[in-house]
Each structure stands twice: as structure tokens, then as C-alpha cells.
Design a protein around this ligand. Structure first.
Ligand SMILES: Cc1cc2nc3c(=O)[nH]c(=O)nc-3n(C[C@H](O)[C@H](O)[C@H](O)COP(=O)(O)OP(=O)(O)OC[C@H]3O[C@@H](n4cnc5c(N)ncnc54)[C@H](O)[C@@H]3O)c2cc1C
Length: 285
């Protein structure tokens, strides 16, 4: 008998959001995720109002999102002297009906996974299942070819297979075999979080520096009521002009701060003072 479910390769933010929507509209679906355990990987990610609208429509509440992030109030571009170049309000403050959220990417993915399993059942999210390819069947269905984390293989069928398996998608590679490899532009991002006092509005996305040498800094939690400290997500980024001469060793590697801090050692200014002053001045009539 034909299996009428939709199969989704990949249980990231894209795959899980799609799965929640399909479940909501009554379409059976199953998610095959390569990782054998979901862990809160990644750091800050900004979800724009149009996407938050979809999450609210899926009955994922602001209270649930507040546990994994914070509504963003502002986007600000700042020069290397710490002076503001441009800033604008975000989300509700910018006139949207929905907020923009700065979230912990990994905790947000786990939240989506938890809600999906509660609604669709734990069998609907299958871990340790890497989709390696697919076969189109004569009756119009599709068979996903799967390698399981124990090394065994299996075949699963459905009416549709959706590739939500990330930037190195196997599904896309089979569907578009002539696509060239992904081109690396030479940007290296060192990422982390620090507990610190949030600057500017308290929920500002700050881009500091130039397009080739910059920091991105924004809180992904509200300040602790006692200490005033929030979890601050940061990216220290340098773009090299000669990427072909450098090792493209992948993005998920732990390094010591001393590996990259020298790129930013001259960036010393009183960021709290410099960045707060324009805000205070604006509030004076
Ligand atoms: C571990 C991780 C950390 C990240 N951290 C950040 C961050 O801190 N900030 C930020 O802005 N963006 C981050 N990103 C990227 C960001 O989450 C995505 O670009 C965006 O959310 C789009 O999500 P996606 O679901 O399309 O892809 P992804 O988030 O890449 O998710 C793809 C999912 O598919 C799984 N998968 C891959 N191949 C297969 C396969 N063949 N079969 C089955 N499953 C497969 C992966 O394990 C993953 O769970 C991260 C992505 C990952 C995977």
C-alpha cells in the first residue's frame, strides 16, 4: 500500500518548522534527522517578524520564545571608533505586528523538536537517519535511501521527499548534480557568548567595524534581574582576500581566544559610554 506521508530530510529549524505546519494542516509527515542526538548547537540567530508570524500561527507562543531568546529592539551600525553610523528600530517598535527575536539557535531547535514530538508523536522525528539519496517510483511516490547511525541502510517511502538537510544537502546534490561546489568567500567567523551588561537599548543588534573586519554583538537573553548581566552572542569576523590560500577546515571547531583576539586588540573604547550617550541625548526633548 502506498504510504501517503511526506518525508522531510533534516530536523533543523527549516525541517521542523515545515513539519509543524504540515501536522497543523493535517498532513502526515516524518522527519529523518542525521544526528543521533539533538544537542543545542549554534549560538545566536535572528528570526524576523514574518517568520515569527508563522511561529505564532503554529501556536508557538511569545512566552515559549522568551525562554530561548529576547525580542530585538534595534539594529545599529557602528564605526570602529564606537560612534553610531546608522540605527533603526526592529520588530514591533518598527511598526510590525510581530516582534523580531534574537534567539539561541540550538535551544530554539530543541524547542521546535519538543513541540513537534508532543503534537505528532516521538516516531515522527527519527534521529540517526541520514538521507543519502532518493528514487522516484513509477507510481509517483518517492523512496528515501537512508543510512542509519549504526551503519545499516534502509528505504522509506512517501508521496513527497523534501530536502531540508542544510547547506551540504544530499537531496539537492542528487536533484542538481551539475551545481558547482559552494564557493567560500574568505570570511572567517569566530563565535561565542559572554555574560555581560547589554549595550544601547538592552536588546540591540550591533554591527561594529567594516564588511571585512567586524564584530556583531547582541543579547540572546534578558538581563538577569539581580546582576543585570545577559547572555551576549558575539561574532568576530575577518574576511581574507586570498581564501584559496587558506585551509577551508569547516566551521564547527573550538579554538582558543588567543587564535583570533589579535585581530581586534586595538578595538578598545568605552562602548557603554559611547554607545549609550546618543540614546540618552535622543530622549531629551
Ligand atoms: C549545528 C548548527 C549550528 C548553527 N548555528 C547557527 C548560529 O549560531 N547562528 C546562525 O545564524 N545560524 C546557525 N546555523 C545555521 C542556521 O541554523 C540555518 O542556516 C537556518 O536555520 C536554516 O536552517 P535549515 O533547517 O535549512 O538548515 P540547518 O540548520 O543546517 O539544518 C539541517 C539539519 O539537517 C540535518 N542533516 C544534514 N544532512 C542530513 C541528511 N543527509 N539527512 C538527514 N538530516 C540531515 C542536520 O543535522 C541539521 O539538523 C547553524 C546550523 C547548524 C546545523
Amino acid at each position: 500500500m502506498t504510504n501517503t506521508r511526506i518525508m522531510i530530510a533534516g530536523g533543523g529549524i527549516g525541517g521542523l518548522s515545515l513539519a509543524l505546519t504540515l501536522h497543523q494542516i493535517g498532513v502526515p509527515c516524518v522527519v529523518f534527522e542525521a544526528a543521533s542526538e539533538l544537542r543545542p548547537l549554534g549560538v545566536g540567530i535572528n528570526i524576523q517578524p514574518n517568520a515569527i508570524r508563522e511561529l505564532f500561527d503554529m501556536n508557538i507562543s511569545a512566552e515559549a520564545l522568551d525562554k530561548v531568546g529576547v525580542p530585538a529592539k534595534e539594529w545599529a551600525l557602528v564605526g570602529q571608533n564606537g560612534h553610531e553610523i546608522y540605527s533603526e528600530p526592529r520588530g514591533i517598535l518598527a511598526g510590525y505586528n510581530w516582534p523580531q527575536y534574537a534567539l539561541h539557535r540550538g535551544e530554539f531547535q530543541l524547542l521546535l523538536a519538543r513541540i513537534f514530538c508532543q503534537r505528532a508523536g516521538t516516531d515522527a522525528l527519527q534521529l540517526g537517519q541520514r538521507v543519502t539519496g532518493y528514487e522516484n517510483n513509477a507510481d509517483g511516490t518517492v523512496t528515501a535511501l537512508i543510512k542509519q547511525s549504526d551503519g545499516s541502510t534502509k528505504r522509506e517511502s512517501g508521496t513527497l521527499l523534501i530536502g531540508a538537510d542544510g547547506i551540504h544537502s544530499n537531496v539537492r546534490a542528487q536533484m542538481h548534480p551539475d551545481q558547482p561546489p559552494i564557493h567560500w568567500g574568505g570570511a572567517v567567523m569566530w563565535r561565542g557568548t559572554t555574560r555581560a551588561k547589554p549595550i544601547r537599548t538592552g536588546a540591540s543588534f550591533v554591527g561594529l567595524g567594516t564588511h571585512k573586519h567586524r564584530m556583531v554583538i547582541y543579547p540572546i537573553s534578558p538581563p538577569d534581574p539581580e546582576t543585570g548581566l545577559a547572555v551576549i552572542n558575539w561574532i568576530a569576523e575577518v574576511t581574507y582576500d586570498d581564501p584559496e590560500k587558506r585551509d577551508n577546515i569547516g566551521w564547527f571547531r573550538q579554538v582558543e581566544i588567543s587564535n583570533f583576539a589579535h585581530h581586534f586588540q586595538d578595538w578598545k573604547f568605552d562602548i557603554y559610554k559611547t554607545l549609550w550617550e546618543p540614546q540618552l541625548m535622543l530622549s531629551i526633548p
